[in-house]
Write a protein that binds this ligand. Sequence first.
Ligand SMILES: NC(=O)c1ccc[n+]([C@@H]2O[C@H](COP(=O)([O-])OP(=O)(O)OC[C@H]3O[C@@H](n4cnc5c(N)ncnc54)[C@H](O)[C@@H]3O)[C@@H](O)[C@H]2O)c1
Length: 331
Amino acid sequence: MRLLVCGGAGFIGSTFVRLRARECGDQVTVLDKLTYAGRLENLQEVRDDIRFVQGAIEDPVAVAESIGGAEAVVNFAAETHVDRSIADPEGFIVTNMQGTHVLLEAARERGLRYLQVSTDEVYGSIDDGSFTEQSPLAPSSPYSATKTGADLLVSSYFHTYGLETVICRGSNNYGPHQYPEKLIPLMILNALAGDRLPVYGDGGNVRNWLFVEDFARGIAHALAHGRPGEVYNCGGPDECDNLTVVRRIVELAGADPDLIEFVTDRPGHDRRYSLSSAKLEALGWQARVRFEEGLERTVAWYRDNEWWWGPIRSGGYREYYERHYGRALKA
Ligand SMILES: NC(=O)c1ccc[n+]([C@@H]2O[C@H](COP(=O)([O-])OP(=O)(O)OC[C@H]3O[C@@H](n4cnc5c(N)ncnc54)[C@H](O)[C@@H]3O)[C@@H](O)[C@H]2O)c1
């Protein structure tokens, strides 16, 4: 298949691109702005097999330059970090909403299939049970609100213009190549370095953890088999609260548990996310990697790949960390 993959230099997008280029032999063009979260290092294994265009999805010229020959558009491109969306929401509105609109227009002009990568955060928090695709949308942060707005726009292009759209909503992903501002890679690298392990609030926030390769396969499955106009949830096989995750990382990294410290909670922090994936499972997708195995693989990958994270942990990242948590990285 000939694919335009937007945001393909990021964590999940690059996992999807490696899968499609290596296992499916697809012709892939990646359009990516290369923000702090997008890195060509993520694509180095397939660099000779794909076409790469550096540009923004909200830029119609860059989109027109990269979309030629594509049969489908898969959109991963987004500003994705909730904390950054609280500090500065504007970039989230531009990329997540305006950018999605530009891509939808380009797909509509050319009659292409369009897959929007979305998140469980559009449903908000749930105390018991799991969200289905019919659950009401109740986003809490500027990040999740802009992802929800984008999803509604995507659905409107199916209903109004008959564009072949599919939305795939994933739960919290983890795995190799994730930028170390998100919980699991942040804790792994801090634990390996003997740095502080800052846990928000009481650490009781529960997430439905999904190994990144399982999500990439779920998206591929929805792209191939999803019905136009439909939404498919793609959740992980296990739920775990943040403190338990951090304690397990401490064990796997051989770190000192006293490095764990509780810090002021994030405003509007959703308590629990949980997704039912029954609809995508009925199409034949199934998560393959349990959390215990995936976490071990992830810790091992970060331990073995300092070339990837070393440059990130110095310079600007250190400043960001210190500004955000109000304390130095080093314990
Ligand atoms: N990480 C998760 O747990 C998770 C869970 C469910 C859904 N999602 C969704 O999956 C998608 C990918 O998430 P991720 O964790 O890989 O994110 P990421 O932050 O690692 O990567 C985002 C990528 O998009 C690129 N990008 C950002 N703004 C852009 C723009 N204006 N134009 C073009 N490229 C741009 C970045 O350079 C980067 O390569 C997002 O849409 C996110 O909402 C993420």
